[in-house]
Design a binder for this molecule. Sequence first.
Ligand SMILES: Nc1ncnc2c1ncn2[C@@H]1O[C@H](COP(=O)(O)OP(=O)(O)O)[C@@H](O)[C@H]1O
Ligand SMILES: CC(=O)N[C@@H](CCC(=O)OP(=O)(O)O)C(=O)O
Length: 267
Amino acid sequence: MNVMILKVGGSVLAKLPQSFYETVVQLKLSGLCEPIIVHGGGPEINHALEQLNVESSFVKGLRKTTQEVLDVAEMVMSGSINKQIVTKLGKVGGTALGLSGVDCSLLKVSPVDPSGALGFVGQVEQVNTDWLKLIMNNGGIPVISPIGIDESGQRYNVNGDMAAAAVAQSLQGKLILISDIPGVMEDIDGKSIIHSELTKTQIEKMILSGVIYGGMIPKVRSALKGLSGGVKESIILNGLTPIDLANYIAGKQVGTKVIIEKEAHYA
Ligand SMILES: Nc1ncnc2c1ncn2[C@@H]1O[C@H](COP(=O)(O)OP(=O)(O)O)[C@@H](O)[C@H]1O
Ligand SMILES: CC(=O)N[C@@H](CCC(=O)OP(=O)(O)O)C(=O)O
């Protein structure tokens, strides 16, 4: 099965044009690959928390998650956002099935920080691929909200990029991280450049120096972790110009490709 996991960040969800959903449905109908959407919803959760006067903060791109924050994150992502995506795919001729990591224990998780300092923030230990295959084999496009569950039935908030990488790893697919930037950027000699390719060593340096910060940290780390677990390709693409996805599918160079290390070339 040739699977493409498209992670759509909350940063671009509201801005994605209909052509994005058409491309996803076209991928499915053409048989070119099996698309799976994993979504985030960071800004939308922020908005809901503000309205409810609930404080929240981030540590290295991960939201500290109390029970109250978890309930809001689940309401926003597994409810509103997930169903909006399913509806949009349906409008352009797709059959999508929305589910969260809680449904059929799709995403089995453990706490990211066993000390409890981050609260209910989970990392994926196991993906129930049988259910994903069942949906895909019946013509469906799975749309996954990143709320996970542990052995005891406790729910956890999972970063969307981490959830997408775990799904990509479990199906040995391609991982496409769609966000609101053209790729990983850096200011060099007063000019902003987009890195077309980045290795693990370069990425770790850029995190240390602060060039990569905030939500980009779990994104690049998930891209790397996926690759070491058998993900075929990890790439960060711009969702604000959805032609990037079409160009990527056409084999053109776009966004930032994350690689483990460059192959050594001997003279
Ligand atoms: N070096 C970098 N290049 C591009 N964006 C970066 C970089 N470092 C941090 N960022 C930030 O990461 C953000 C994308 O992460 P995030 O907000 O979590 O997006 P999403 O909701 O799509 O997952 C960008 O909007 C930008 O503010
Ligand atoms: C643990 C954790 O940080 N969870 C994220 C889940 C949403 C997410 O990842 O959204 P983006 O893809 O838009 O960043 C959060 O609460 O914001």
